[in-house]
Design a protein around this ligand. Structure first.
Ligand SMILES: *[C@@H]1O[C@H](CO)[C@@H](O)[C@H](O)[C@H]1NC(C)=O
Length: 374
């Protein structure tokens, strides 16, 4: 009897650490429906590196292709929010009822007065990003992630938000990277999960489904072997800030096409594409036959996808190969590759990469594990 109760408790615990992610509408899709996409993109070119290149400010994005969201709740009783589980930033923030920006009109807003456990601070929070800024303040409250409750979590409450957020489904962002890059040195949610003993192992893992709205997941404290086949290949972090690793090379048909002599790459669930230095990305895109259109998209002919080469990324001596069927996105407007250039030397391995590999963020060894999805 006792054993059964214990087993039930263990099952309940492991179930509760599994957060389903919805693959929802992107900002690009929302803007297209309103006939505003082209003008928007011309005015605000994609700036994926902005998120990583600011000092002292919380990272933000104008990524129009982000599509994975999960639900958390904050306060007592809980108030629900859809957030991006972002391994490329470290703060949690959501809109607040004192935000009057247009972006706050179509999103859930936290009402501190409606939570009996909320504790305010007079510490300001400011987020700069490519398309504007977010400002707000910091508070503490209980945060429910799945069935588990993180006590006394510090988080940002926005008071102004740049217009771009109005086009996103997500209300806010839940950063999963290290405290060393957190704005205001705020303790990240996963650090509290570890220190409050809410996870049995200091790992979280992400599976992003390529098909359909359902099936994607973030798992806290566990690795689920049903998501992958073969070995988990561990790559040590080169910097404990983001999940940053050394990449050895990028090859096509065995030939080095980018990252010659090595480069630095960040494994980022909060960036949709694979981003690298413009000249390297141009080289990869030319192998696929892509042309860069006036909006910055690397467009290809949909009928050529079958003959486009796979692209191989080598990390810590292990090879990770992305086939064209995975790096090309097709919608009613045509096909484009998931490779985007930036003026920085840093690479970002975003969702286009992560969809191919079950990704384990191991905080006890400061490494990232990648395994071929099942
Ligand atoms: C984390 O990494 C260490 C060292 O590589 C490994 O021993 C440990 O099993 C990993 N944790 C999990 C949960 O896999």
């Amino acid at each position: 009897m006792k054993l059964i109760v214990l087993l039930c408790a263990l099952v309940a615990l492991s179930e509760s650490l599994r957060i389903p992610l919805i693959k929802g509408k992107t900002a690009r899709e929302n803007l297209r429906e309103q006939g505003r996409w082209e003008q928007y993109r011309l005015n605000h070119p994609y700036s994926p590196i902005t998120k990583f290149s600011q000092s002292g400010a919380e990272s933000m994005t104008n990524d129009a292709d982000l599509s994975y969201y999960g639900v958390i709740s904050i306060g007592t009783p809980g108030q629900s929010f859809q957030v991006i589980f972002d391994s490329g930033s470290s703060n949690l923030w959501v809109p607040s009822v004192s935000c009057s920006s247009s972006a706050c009109q179509n999103h859930n807003k936290f009402n501190p007065q409606a939570s009996s456990t909320f504790q305010s601070t007079n510490q300001a929070l400011s987020i700069q990003y490519g398309t504007g800024s977010m400002t707000g303040y910091l508070g503490y409250d209980n945060v429910q992630v799945g069935g588990i409750t993180v006590q006394n979590q510090i988080f940002g409450l926005s008071q102004t938000e740049a217009p771009f957020m109005a086009n996103m489904v997500a209300d806010g962002i839940l950063g999963l990277a290290y405290q060393s890059i957190a704005s205001d040195d705020a303790t990240p949610v996963f650090d509290n999960m570890m220190s409050q003993g809410l996870v049995s192992q200091d790992v979280f893992s992400v599976y992003l489904s390529s098909n359909g709205q359902q099936g994607s997941v973030v798992l806290f404290g566990e690795i689920d072997s049903s998501y992958y086949t073969g070995n988990i290949n561990w790559i040590p972090l080169s910097s404990e800030t983001y999940y940053q690793v050394t990449m050895d090379s990028v090859t096509i048909n065995g030939q080095t096409v980018a990252c010659s002599g090595g480069c630095q790459a960040i494994i980022d669930t909060g960036t949709s594409l694979i981003v690298g230095p413009t000249s390297d990305i141009n080289n990869i895109n030319s192998w696929t036959g892509a042309t860069i259109d006036q909006y910055g998209d690397a467009t290809v002919s949909c009928s050529n996808v079958q003959s486009m080469p796979s692209v191989t990324f080598t990390l810590n001596g292990y090879t990770f190969t992305i086939p064209a069927s995975s790096y090309v996105t097709q919608d009613s407007y045509g096909c484009r590759t998931g490779f985007s250039g930036s003026g920085d030397s840093l690479w970002i391995l975003g969702d286009v990469f992560i969809r191919n590999y079950y990704t384990i963020f191991n905080r006890s060894s400061n490494s990232v594990g990648l395994a071929q999805i099942a």
